[in-house]
Design a protein around this ligand. Structure first.
Ligand code: HEC
Ligand code: HEC
Length: 232
């Protein structure tokens, strides 16, 4: 082997090592997720299509996490999760009826067990961000657009039954039902285009969800979306 050939071979090997190192970093988040999170969360889809499947779901589906969440929120939250759903992933599993009155047994509601270090959280958030729904329209909601809060409250509480399942803050007071996630911090957590798409067709995301599909004009759906994601 000539010196030139030797150098070429060594250089080739080095490039290969660099390429592999690059790939290892890119794969990290996926590997961490497979090890620490995939036992509870579904990242491949589809969502359950039977009530049985919904009752057995251990944790929210994350196969469209890249469309749903804001990356900054993910990075923060998966390092130290705070409770989101006061009635658990499926409220029926925690419902107790006593003297004809329904309540939620807080003791059986499970929290997310994620406790990632900051670098692991960045890697997992990068991975989750790649899990996008290819059909969702983006750029539909203009977050900066002005809207009337009183009209939005009217839609949310009177014209449509949203308040029956979701807690929101109205005039600094929290009010609403608990069978759906509270929307008090939805602006930090959720991507407005996804909120719009979720209101437009809840069953597209989760065929057995108990959130009703309501026929709304674009203007009403946009007003509801802006209300949901506006800081409270
Ligand atoms: C033992 C089961 C379990 C494991 C393991 C688990 N989670 Fe969770 N996760 C949950 C539950 C339950 C919730 C719902 C919590 C709530 O609503 O307060 C949740 C919620 C979430 C959410 C918010 C989803 C949404 O739609 O609101 C994210 C993001 C998440 N988990 C990421 C992770 C990551 C990342 C890991 C691994 C490091 C992980 N989880 C491991 C049970 C789990
Ligand atoms: C019968 C109960 C019910 C009604 C009525 C309802 N929802 Fe929902 N909603 C749900 C459930 C259940 C989910 C998803 C549960 C989950 O992710 O754990 C949901 C999810 C959402 C989400 C995503 C929240 C998140 O953190 O993932 C938004 C936003 C939302 N609903 C807005 C609305 C609006 C606006 C209306 C009125 C037009 C409405 N909902 C009416 C039950 C309801």
């Amino acid at each position: 082997m000539t010196l030139n050939q030797l150098l070429k071979a060594a250089w080739g090997g080095l490039t290969l090592i660099i390429a592999m190192a690059g790939e290892a970093t890119a794969l990290d988040g996926k590997a961490i997720f497979a090890e620490k999170c995939a036992s509870c969360h579904n990242v491949t889809g589809p969502a359950p299509t039977t009530l049985q499947g919904v009752l057995q779901r251990k944790a929210p589906d994350l196969f469209y996490a890249g469309s749903k969440f804001k990356r900054e929120w993910l990075v923060r939250w998966i390092q130290s999760p705070t409770p989101i759903r006061p009635s658990g992933v499926m409220f029926l599993n925690h419902l107790v009826t006593k003297d004809g009155k329904d309540s939620i047994n807080k003791e059986t509601v499970k929290l997310c067990s994620s406790k990632l270090s900051a670098p692991d959280a960045e890697a997992v958030a990068d991975y989750l961000t790649t899990l996008k729904d290819s059909k969702m329209r983006v750029g539909v909601v203009d977050r900066g657009k002005k809207f009337s809060t009183s009209r939005a409250v009217q839609l949310f509480t009177k014209q449509y039954p949203c308040i029956g399942c979701h807690t929101v803050k109205i005039r600094n007071k929290e009010a609403g039902g608990v069978s759906g996630p509270p929307l008090t911090d939805a602006g930090d957590r959720l991507n407005p285009d996804w909120v719009y798409a979720r209101i437009e067709n809840p069953q597209y995301w989760d065929p057995k969800t108990w959130m009703p599909k309501i026929d709304l004009s674009h203007e009403k759906r946009e007003t509801l979306t802006l209300f949901v994601v506006s800081p409270k």
